[in-house]
Ligand binder design. Structure first.
Ligand code: GTP
Ligand code: MG
Length: 208
């Protein structure tokens, strides 16, 4: 095989190094672009527990005493930064669940997580929440969720004793007391669920 002139070999080495460097630069550029993500959250729970009011408090910092039941689903959007990532939350405010009505599992399938809302003043709404959670887990699979015991501003009239929350926490549920009326823990609830959803996604992509 004919020997290549030294000058040609040097030119080849320089070319390879510049390709390597530009690859390295473009990889660095990709990791520096902030990722904008879209995540769907479903608001689930019995009727009248405060799903719509919690969304209105979170998005518009508003509260209305008047009760207007949700028909079907209402979708709202909010952009926020959680754990250094910009996330567009799509909030699916669903119609309330009657005691034994089938939860709209089709709409939960592609959600990244859900908020399970209970009305502290009506213990029956905790049974509905338990049943929804079981059906979601059985038919859609495990997803990050938080339990919000709403109407904390009416705490003195709550029907559910504190011991129940300790029992649920023992079973691995994260329970937060919220008030759409006063705003207590509302922002924290959405941020905490979003943070869990991002962690769950990161863990799932580690598994790939
Ligand atoms: N005191 C108090 N009232 C609340 C709170 N959250 C909601 N409410 C009231 O409870 C009623 C029902 O609230 P909604 O937000 O419409 O409840 P929902 O779960 O969306 O009801 P559906 O759409 O029928 O399933 C309304 O009269 C609200 O003003 C709260 O934190 N404190
Ligand atoms: Mg509603």
């Amino acid at each position: 095989m004919p020997r290549l002139p030294a000058v040609f070999i040097r030119a080849q080495i320089a070319f390879c190094q510049s390709v390597k460097q530009s690859r390295h630069r473009s990889q660095r550029r990709v990791t520096l672009i902030p990722r904008m993500q879209k995540k769907k959250i479903c608001m689930l729970g019995s009727y009248g527990v405060g799903k719509t009011s919690l969304v209105a408090r979170f998005i518009h910092s508003m509260f209305a005493d008047k009760y207007q039941t949700t028909v079907g689903v209402k979708i709202d959007k909010k952009v926020l930064t959680v754990d250094g990532e910009e996330v567009t939350l799509m909030l699916w405010d669903m119609a309330g669940e009657e005691d034994n009505a089938p939860v709209k599992l089709n709409q939960v399938k592609d959600a990244s997580g859900y908020l399970l809302v209970v009305d502290g003043t009506r213990s029956r709404t905790l049974d509905v929440a338990r049943s929804i959670q079981q059906r979601v887990e059985a038919e859609v699979g495990a997803k990050p969720f938080l339990v919000l015991v709403n109407k904390a501003d009416l705490r003195e009239t709550w029907e559910i004793p504190d011991s129940v929350w300790a029992e649920l926490a023992g079973a691995g549920w994260t329970v937060l007391e919220t008030s759409a009326k006063s705003g207590q823990h509302v922002e924290e609830a959405f941020l905490s669920l979003t943070s869990r959803m991002l962690t769950a996604r990161a863990e799932n992509s580690d598994d790939d």
